[in-house]
Design a protein around this ligand. Structure first.
Ligand code: ADP
Length: 383
């Protein structure tokens, strides 16, 4: 006799840290997770029922997942929306969010056009296919600006600042492919809203402030150090964004708060996002549980914040080598601090290896929490 969970089986394309945290959230719900990833023993494998080994866009791999699952989702944008659609037609296993939504989001230019047509506030942008077009666009948008690869960028890879006309040629060469250029936003801070589309309902998590260094997310805190009108506006924009997206699931909506207090949309992730990791300890329902509830068509959970909460990423700081984290005591000794290790076998510079979350007292100050969570991760090393 084989004992099975009471809940459905969810197939997830991608078995990285997001898959791992989905697996951790799935178990108490009685949901079984199946993941696919090209790396055998991927981070999500230990918490999943099984892993199919195959690339994210390989149709046979996606089909193998779908045949064994009641619902299909993805934790990485590098999968193939056409393959997802064909697999759905063949198996009838519903895919959430909709592959069409993934297709829109995969191309930063298509994404920005779609959102701007829908009235969502976005930075001024232009499509540019040659250095000449880039120069012409910047005569209108002005310098500095941000040149972005339309596809495949992550953690700032694929973005090149253009400071002056003399940078145009080299910036365009660095992108090496279809691109778009955006006005450089003079932001006061960056914010993110995790928003969820469920079966006939939507909800949003409390606004997060995100702190990037060299375009990589380092820290996040909620509540943000933004006034309440700005937070309401951020939430309204996130809800406007949801109107444009098809299919169920959590979406990470990255925003700029300009120095004038306006909200502009930076980009959308069609999945749980690094900026929402703090919700595991900080909210009554985590972004991962919420995503599973949404994908499986169950009622959404309350997103209320339990207490002010900050997180800091643990980033690789050495050349490529087998991962070995030292100094974990600094985290474990700290009251309330929670360690999340992603179980990656190799570490390299700036690779996301884990994160630490620090929930504070009800009246904790966000700046102090950020300092405290940083003090937890600073002693961690890979040497
Ligand atoms: P990725 O897709 O690689 O995460 P993003 O386009 O989200 O890249 O950009 C990463 C970071 O780069 C942002 O969080 C922000 O700090 C900075 N950035 C991106 N676009 C702009 C812009 N138009 N103006 C100013 N900073 C920007």
């Amino acid at each position: 006799m084989q004992l099975r969970s009471p809940g459905p089986t969810v197939g997830v394309v991608g078995g990285g840290q997001l898959g791992r945290m989905l697996g951790e959230a799935a178990a108490p719900l009685g949901i079984d997770l199946l993941v696919s990833d090209p790396t055998p023993e991927a981070p999500a494998a230990p918490v999943a029922r099984d892993q199919v080994v195959g690339t994210f866009d390989d149709e046979a791999t996606i089909l193998e997942l779908a045949e064994q699952a009641d619902y299909l989702t993805f934790e990485i944008e590098l999968t193939d929306p056409d393959a997802l659609e064909r697999v759905y037609e063949e198996t009838g296993t519903p895919v959430h969010p909709a592959p069409a939504t993934l297709r829109t989001i995969q191309d930063k230019l298509v994404q920005k056009r779609r959102l701007s047509e829908a009235g969502v506030p976005v930075p001024a942008f232009r499509a540019v296919d040659s250095p000449r077009e880039l120069r012409e666009a910047l005569e209108v948008l002005g310098y500095p600006a941000m040149l972005k690869a339309r596809k495949g960028g992550y953690d700032g890879r694929g973005n090149v600042p253009v400071e002056s006309p003399t940078d145009v040629e080299t910036a365009f060469e660095a992108i090496d492919g279809p691109a778009m250029v955006e006005e450089f936003v003079d932001f006061e801070r960056e914010l993110a809203v995790m928003a969820c589309q469920g079966e006939g309902e939507v909800n949003t998590f409390p606004v997060t402030e995100t702190i990037h260094e060299a375009e990589i997310l380092r820290q996040m805190v909620s509540p943000p150090r933004a006034d309440s009108a700005v937070q309401e506006r951020a939430t309204d924009v996130a809800l406007e964004v949801l109107d444009v997206l098809e299919g169920r699931g959590v979406f990470g909506i990255e925003l700029f708060e300009t120095v004038e207090g306006e909200i502009l949309l930076n980009e959308i992730a069609p999945r749980p996002h690094n900026s929402g990791h703090w919700t595991i300890e900080g909210c009554h329902t985590s972004q991962f549980e919420q995503h599973l509830r949404a994908v499986t068509g169950r009622p959404l959970g309350t997103t209320e914040r339990r207490c002010p909460t900050a997180s800091a990423n643990i980033l690789g700081d050495v050349d490529r080598e087998p991962a070995q984290l030292r100094g974990v005591e600094s985290v474990l000794e700290r009251e309330r601090a929670a360690l999340h290790w992603y179980g990656k076998e190799e570490v390299y510079h700036l690779r996301k290896m884990g994160h630490v979350t620090l929930p504070g007292d009800v009246s904790a100050d966000s700046t102090a929490l950020l300092e405290d969570v940083e003090a937890c991760v600073t002693p961690l090393t890979f040497d």
